[in-house]
Design a protein around this ligand. Structure first.
Ligand code: UP6
Length: 273
């Protein structure tokens, strides 16, 4: 887990989008990512506008929006610019290279035209990362410096098989394709897996942690939670919270609370508390 400040990481990171992300965290003093799992356009846009000032990233599942039209992501892009946050489409690509290229760039959702960050699983093997990386490098892709990939290295759901060899391959591919991969979605540091694949202190992968909730330990469908403080202590650079923030009576006050707890844990981690 990094003991370096977001500000320094913003200056040193080789990837332009990671630099931007750390700049946002530093300037807005927040490491909160809200998982805006609302199922209507209005719900999504309302929460994005209200919570925008307190978050670094807004995570979407755009395919759960009942009344989806492309104008929703255009409005979302405008809100991202207004409040200075990035958009992370939690698509969890999981297919052969040829298919994920089409899912990322085309189809009904046109994800690469609006999502700064996307993620993929390692189930298909190296080819998925290779395919996604490759398609951002052609001359006809205008957003190259503004797009990045996270690898889903572990999962928070009970009984998940994203462990062992799967997690090791996540680290290997993140390293090999670091021109597009900036980090992981994971719930623990990846420094403790075998020496050959362990994340090293001099590698600046960005760690996003889901399953963050102050008030609950889990749900009835196998989700398992930890608090913002424990997530940051375990290595999260960015804490992702969904229902803990958007499904409570006062999402704005709650987002501020997550921001404060996440930020204080970060300050202690870098020795500035
Ligand atoms: N998510 C997890 N666990 C993972 C990966 N992704 O919960 O291992 C995603 C879910 C959801 C969000 O798809 O969008 O993070 C968690 O929402 P919650 O905070 O409401 O449980």
């Amino acid at each position: 887990k990094s003991q370096v400040s977001y500000g320094e990481r913003a200056q040193q990171h080789p990837h332009p989008l990671a630099r931007k992300l750390f700049e946002i965290a530093e300037s807005k003093k927040t490491n909160v990512v809200v998982s805006a799992d609302l199922t209507t356009s209005k719900g999504l846009l309302d929460i994005a506008d209200k919570l925008g000032p307190y978050i670094a990233v807004l995570k979407t599942h755009i395919d759960i929006i009942d009344d989806y039209q492309y104008s929703v992501v255009e409005e979302l892009k405008a809100l991202a610019a207004k409040h200075n946050f990035l958009i992370f489409e939690d698509r969890k690509f999981v297919d052969i290279g040829n298919t994920v290229q089409k899912q990322y760039h085309g189809g009904a959702l046109q994800i690469s035209s609006w999502a700064h960050i996307v993620n993929c699983t390692m189930l298909p093997g190296e080819g998925i990362v290779q395919a996604l990386t490759q398609t951002t490098e052609g001359d006809n892709f205008p957003h190259k410096d503004d797009r990045a990939l996270l690898i889903l290295a572990t999962m928070t759901s009970k009984g998940s098989l994203a462990t062992g060899e799967y997690t090791k391959l996540s680290v290997e591919c993140a390293r090999k394709y670091s021109r597009f991969v900036i980090g992981f979605v994971a719930s623990r540091t990846l420094g403790d897996i075998e020496t050959k694949t362990a994340v090293l202190d001099n590698e600046d992968f960005v760690m996003f942690t889901t399953g963050v909730n102050i008030a609950s330990k889990g749900d009835k469908l196998g989700q398992q939670y930890q608090t913002p403080k424990s997530a940051v202590e375990t290595g999260a650079d960015f804490i992702i919270a969904g229902r803990g923030i958007y499904a409570v009576p006062d999402p704005v006050e709650t987002a501020k609370q997550y921001r404060e707890e996440g930020w204080n844990a970060y300050l202690s981690r870098i020795g500035k508390a």
